[in-house]
Ligand binder design. Structure first.
Ligand SMILES: Nc1ncnc2c1ncn2[C@@H]1O[C@H](COP(=O)(O)OP(=O)(O)OP(=O)(O)O)[C@@H](O)[C@H]1O
Ligand SMILES: Cc1ncc(COP(=O)(O)O)c(N)n1
Length: 267
C-alpha cells in the first residue's frame, strides 16, 4: 500500500488540518500518517486557541515516521512559526522526501490567523523549492506574489511569479473568486485550467486541506501532477456536493461520501 504523511495542525472540530488530511488520504486509498505542528481549539465558527508544537518534538515525530514507514508523499499544512518551517525543511532535505505538496495556510475559513507574522517568507524560501506543488488560495497568492488578484489574468500573473521565483509548480485555487471554482496550474513553464462549477454550499471548512492532501495521495499512487490535480478536484467536488451540514458556522465537507452503502449505511 502507498503511504502519505500529513505535517499539519490538529483541528478539534475535525473538518480541516490533520483530521481532514487523514480522512482524505484514507478515502483516496493511501495509508495516512501524521506529524502535528500545533493543536487548535477550533470549531466551525472560529479558532479559540493555538498550542504550538515545540520544534524538537516535531522533529521527533518526523524521525519516527521516516525511519520506519517512508512516506510516498508528504502534505504540509498549518505552520505557525518560522522555527517549525526550518525544522521541517531540514528534515525533509535530510530524508530526501518526495512528492511534497505545500498548502501555505495563512488563515482559517472563519478568518482567524493560523500563521505568525514573517513566517510566510521563510515558508516560501525554505519549502517551496523542494515542493512538487504549492497550493495557495487567492488571498495567499496575492501575499506571496504581490499581485492584486481580481480576474483570471491576475491569477496567471500571480501563479507565474510564485513559480518562477521559487522554482516550483503552483496550483492557484479559485475558491475565493466570485465566479466559477476554477483552479490554475502553472508547471514547467505552462498553464492549465482545472475548471469547476461553483457548488452552492456555504460549508467549505477544510476544502483547501482536502484538495492538497488528495493531490499528495494521488502523487503517492504514481499519477502525474496533472492527473493528481484532476483527481483531487473531482474528489473535493463530490465531498462538497454531498451537502453535509454540521455546526453553526462554515461547516465541514463529507469526506466519506463514497462509503454510503458500505459499513457507513444509515440505520
Ligand atoms: N463553492 C465551491 N464549489 C466548488 N468548488 C469549490 C467551492 N469553494 C471552493 N472550491 C474548490 O475547493 C478547493 C479549495 O479552494 P479554496 O480557494 O477555497 O482554498 P482554501 O481557501 O485554501 O480553502 P479553505 O476555504 O478551506 O480555506 C479548490 O479546488 C476550489 O476550486
Ligand atoms: C489546523 C487547521 N489547519 C488548516 C486550516 C485551514 O482550513 P480552512 O481554511 O479550510 O478552515 C484550519 N482551519 N485549521
Amino acid at each position: 500500500m502507498k503511504t502519505a504523511l500529513s505535517i499539519a495542525g490538529s483541528d478539534s472540530c475535525g473538518g480541516a488540518g490533520i483530521q481532514a488530511d487523514v480522512k482524505t488520504m484514507t478515502m483516496n486509498g493511501v495509508y495516512a500518517m501524521s506529524a502535528v505542528t500545533a493543536l487548535t481549539a477550533q470549531n466551525t465558527t472560529g479558532v479559540r486557541a493555538v498550542l504550538e508544537t515545540p520544534p524538537e518534538f516535531l522533529r521527533e515525530q518526523l524521525d519516527a515516521v521516516f525511519e520506519d514507514i517512508f512516506p510516498d508523499a508528504v502534505k504540509i499544512g498549518m505552520l505557525p512559526s518560522a522555527e517549525l518551517v526550518r525544522t521541517i525543511a531540514e528534515r525533509l532535505r535530510y530524508y530526501q522526501a518526495k512528492n511534497i505538496v505545500v498548502d501555505p495556510v495563512m488563515a482559517a475559513t472563519s478568518g482567524s490567523a493560523l500563521m505568525g507574522s514573517g513566517t510566510a517568507e521563510v515558508l516560501a524560501n525554505e519549502l517551496f523549492p523542494i515542493a512538487a506543488l504549492v497550493t495557495p488560495n487567492i488571498p495567499e497568492a496575492a501575499v506571496l506574489s504581490g499581485v492584486t488578484i481580481r480576474e483570471e489574468g491576475d491569477m496567471l500573473c500571480a501563479a507565474k511569479r510564485i513559480g518562477d521565483a521559487f522554482g516550483c509548480a503552483v496550483l492557484l485555487k479559485g475558491g475565493h473568486s466570485s465566479g466559477a471554482a476554477d483552479d490554475l496550474l502553472y508547471a514547467d513553464g505552462g498553464f492549465r485550467w482545472f475548471r469547476g462549477e461553483r457548488i452552492e454550499n456555504p460549508n467549505t471548512h477544510g476544502t483547501g486541506c482536502t484538495l492538497s492532501s488528495a493531490v499528495a495521495s494521488n502523487l503517492a499512487k504514481g499519477f502525474t501532477l496533472d492527473e493528481a490535480v484532476q483527481r483531487a478536484k473531482s474528489y473535493l467536488s463530490c465531498a462538497l456536493a454531498a451537502m453535509l451540514d454540521l455546526g453553526k458556522g462554515a461547516g465541514p465537507i463529507e469526506h466519506a461520501f463514497a462509503l454510503n452503502g458500505c459499513f457507513a449505511d444509515k440505520k
